[in-house]
Design a protein around this ligand. Structure first.
Ligand code: NAD
Ligand SMILES: O=C(O)C(=O)C[C@@H](O)[C@H](O)[C@H](O)COP(=O)(O)O
Ligand code: ZN
Length: 363
């Protein structure tokens, strides 16, 4: 399954295209289609992506904008803060950006979440587009409109739902992505199979060699299949009133590990460790077999992801997990695998159960 374009739909509220390309050459044409030409654009990117792609994207945008400026954030999760957002606001004010102008998020999930949040809040909301350049951002964070920043190292504690007007992904940007970052994207890809499509998990395992060799056709198919899963879930439940929470599999414990590790363990790696905790609990409850639990770990390991972590105490992981935003009326919302390829939200997980699952992922 591959496509040139997918459309994210929701009646009356938002609808935007996800455009798959191998370069940036028709970005301005796509923007003209959305009747965005003639406006001011601010490209927000980071210090690693800027030297790689900023000039090319800027030149392309100059074909349809009246003015193009850029703002470069320091790269890394530790900079996903309100302080950095203020720098974006200041730049937009200095450049006299008004409500008709818009932002372009050029980079990974950190740039995408921050640019989206700046767009959601500047002048009470302006338009933005996503130009994701990491695997994680292409398969996950650029779609669905979750934007925000970390606060006191609690993940995405301050944010807003603000849908992009377009997602334009040039898959060839993955050629410059370090292997470790590619693996992080695989953490979310593998999650998609576990939550909604067991046949996708099997396909990922069978095609592991081609994926790791960055075979273009295989990667394009994989990205498209993941985008279809993500888009379907967020179309059904854009603001996470119910089903969307399944996209959080591995994140409940994963976010706690991310904070406690001071962001030295990357998001996709923490999601992988958290996914093991979730699969372990599912196994303990008889929802999946021991063999299926072992297969979850094997698929993560095949793509270079950790299945346990060190240096943490189970009690502190539990405590931080309970301070994350996954609590509802004192109960934790936990995502379990009802069966391989189908996840559900469960609010009955006890602290004792959670502690056993956390101990399973601690070295
Ligand atoms: N909004 C959502 O739905 C959603 C979904 C998943 C994750 N997230 C968030 O996304 C973030 C993780 O995103 P990420 O993994 O993309 O991290 P990231 O944005 O930090 O990017 C990883 C690193 O790769 C660099 N990079 C980006 N593109 C590159 C390229 N093409 N070549 C070389 N280097 C490149 C970046 O500069 C950075 O150093 C987390 O903050 C997570 O909470 C959000
Ligand atoms: O899009 C979603 O919904 C997700 O949960 C996708 C996750 O991969 C992503 O990391 C998201 O930012 C987590 O959301 P949060 O609400 O738990 O911060
Ligand atoms: Zn995630």
């Amino acid at each position: 399954m591959t496509a040139d374009i997918l459309q994210v739909r929701r009646d009356g509220d938002f609808s935007y295209p996800i455009i798959f390309r191998k370069d940036f050459s028709d970005l301005s044409k796509q923007l003209k289609r959305l009747e965005f030409s003639g406006r001011k654009f601010c490209i927000v990117t980071d210090s690693t992506v800027a030297p790689l792609y900023l000039n090319t994207v800027k030149k392309e945008l100059e074909r349809c904008a009246c003015f193009v400026t850029s703002y470069v954030l320091p790269a890394g999760e530790e900079n996903k803060t309100l302080e950095q957002i203020q720098g974006i606001y200041q730049h937009l004010i200095e450049m006299h950006f008004d409500r008709k102008d818009f932002l372009v998020a050029l980079g990974g999930g950190v740039v995408g979440d921050m640019t989206g949040f700046a767009a959601a809040t500047y002048l009470r909301g302006i338009a933005f587009i996503q130009v994701p350049t990491t695997l994680l951002a292409q398969v996950d964070s650029s779609i669905g409109g979750k934007t925000g920043v970390d606060f006191l190292k609690y993940k995405n504690m301050v944010g807003a739902f603000h849908q992009p007007r377009m997602v334009y992904m040039n898959v060839s940007t993955l050629c410059t992505l370090p292997l470790e970052q590619f693996s992080c994207g695989m953490g979310e890809v593998v999650k998609h199979g576990f939550i909604r499509d067991a046949s996708y998990s099997r396909w990922l395992y069978e095609n592991r060699a081609k994926i790791l060799a960055l075979d273009t056709d295989t990667l394009s198919e994989m990205i498209c299949r993941s985008c279809v899963i993500k888009k379907t879930v967020v179309e059904n439940d854009p603001t996470e009133q119910g089903e969307r929470a399944v996209l959080n599999m591995g994140h409940t414990v994963g976010h706690a590990v991310e904070k406690l590790k001071d962001f030295r363990l990357l998001h996709g790696q923490c999601v992988a460790v958290g996914t093991v905790a979730s699969a372990y609990l599912s196994m303990r409850r008889g929802m999946i077999t021991v063999e299926e639990y072992e297969e979850v770990k094997k698929l993560l390991e095949v793509f270079g992801l950790p299945v346990f972590t060190d240096g943490l105490r189970a009690e502190e992981v539990l405590s931080v997990t309970k301070s994350d935003k996954k609590m509802e009326q004192g109960r934790i919302k936990f995502i379990l695998m009802k069966e391989p390829g189908y996840a559900v939200v469960d609010k009955t997980v006890t602290d004792e159960e959670l502690l056993t699952a956390i101990r399973e992922i601690l070295e």
